[in-house]
Ligand binder design. Structure first.
Ligand code: FMN
Length: 390
């Protein structure tokens, strides 16, 4: 396959091809602009790739709240070249979701190159990112994900192969090393820089830590000081204070937020505001209930639309649930992040498995939010009477 005209229909992600490249700056110039500081002089905020979460709807919400760049879910490079419909579905995009990086895993440089050519031809992605940090055995068993950290030369060959195959920038996302006694990131950085990588997203943890635990900021700072390419810092950023601390300790070019953005898309707005004005009162961590309600319902309705669009484009199995019921079931992981910490959430949890329609979910969410609102009102009342007494 050599060009867009040869591509099967599904490679034209949702029919939203990018604007013609003729008049626009090169993809490398555009990508460099995406990593520039904000007008306030603070690093841009990015949404981390998260399998099972960062589909087009989640990415669009993050973009709307100020995420400069978002990543697709992890996509198997080999699946793309073998024309797997399930794999191509993961690359579906929406027209108004902003700049998106296609995030791939695999081990074969030639396979990456072929996949990169197909991705570039969709015109919808601003860069191609290589996953060199996923600790899940299903991925590492074949040498991909976090295993790639131990093979810097192979990682370099993959970067070079993609660079030769298309004109999109190539980035890599990795960790500090397999475990604290094996810090692999310095050799890794050197190899991918020499091969032509444009940026490195660095999760400041070791593979053995999974996605939680101490983020080793001094090591991230050392990587940043040795790097010739921009370093995107990642790990443990959950509010403006942690973002400020990360920047102060490491000096990274950009910050990438993962878990804290699930069910909290407004985190990009709140962190940006806190970075721009350190004296501004910090958000108390409790979401505004009207905003939460509006965003959760919009997210849910958009997920149904997304699944309908996919069902119209890719034949689904005969026994597949209808898009509304399938969305309500699949949305549970987002649902509990949205409602996490609120008063009615344990009760809502016990009800959710029964639900199949948007209307039923709306009723449940409204009941849960009413409990939280009553709890907050009682708190305000008590505070008021204590102030009056004092
Ligand atoms: C559910 C989940 C799925 C993830 N999937 C991926 C993935 O596909 N590729 C990847 O490079 N990292 C993945 N990550 C790691 C995140 O991108 C990020 O590096 C990690 O969560 C640390 O950032 P945080 O502390 O802000 O959450 C995943 C994390 C979570 C929690």
């Amino acid at each position: 396959m050599s060009g867009a005209a040869d591509l099967p229909r599904r490679t034209r992600t949702c029919g939203h091809e990018g604007a013609s490249a003729s008049a626009s700056p090169s993809p490398h110039t555009q990508f460099a602009a995406l990593l520039r500081p904000t007008p306030d002089g603070t690093p841009p905020l990015l949404l981390a790739p998260m399998a099972g979460f960062t589909n087009s709807v989640t990415r669009r919400l993050a973009h709307r709240y100020g995420a400069r760049l978002t990543y697709t879910e992890m996509v198997n490079a080999a699946g793309l070249i073998h024309d797997s419909e399930k794999t191509w579905q993961l690359l579906e995009t929406l027209p108004d979701e902003g700049p998106v990086v296609a995030h791939l895993y695999g081990t074969d440089p030639a396979g990456f190159a072929e996949a990169a050519r197909l991705i570039a031809a969709t015109g919808r992605f601003c860069a191609i990112d290589i996953n060199a940090g996923c600790p899940v055995p299903r991925i590492t068993r074949s040498g991909a994900g976090a295993r790639l950290m131990r093979q810097p030369r192979l990682a370099g060959r993959i970067v070079a192969a993609i660079r030769a195959a298309c004109d999109l920038p190539v980035t890599v996302k990795t960790r500090l090393g397999p475990h604290p006694r094996e810090i692999a990131v310095f050799d890794f950085l050197k190899a991918i820089e020499e091969a032509g990588a444009t940026a490195l997203a660095l999760h400041g943890r070791f593979t053995t830590q999974g996605h939680a635990g101490t983020v080793h900021l001094p090591l991230v700072a050392e990587v940043r000081s040795r790097a010739r390419i921009p370093i995107i810092g990642n790990g443990g950023i959950s509010d403006a204070a942690s973002a400020r601390h990360f920047i102060k300790e490491t000096g990274v070019a950009a910050l990438m937020i993962g878990k804290a953005a699930i069910g909290r898309p407004w985190i990009f707005r709140d962190v940006a505001a806190g970075l721009a004005d350190p004296d501004a009162p910090a958000a108390d961590g409790r979401p505004d209930l009207d905003e939460l309600r509006a965003v959760l319902f919009e997210h849910l309705a958009d997920e149904v639309e997304r699944l309908r669009a996919i069902a119209a484009k890719y034949p689904l199995p005969a026994d597949a649930l209808d898009p509304e019921a399938a969305t309500v079931i699949g949305f549970r992981c987002h649902f509990f992040r949205y409602l996490g910490g609120l008063k009615g959430v344990s009760w809502a949890r016990s009800q959710l498995s029964q639900l199949r329609t948007l209307e039923q979910v709306r009723e449940l969410v409204d009941a849960c939010l009413a409990r939280e609102a009553a709890y907050r009102a009682r708190g305000e009342l008590l505070k008021g009477s204590r102030n009056a007494d004092g």
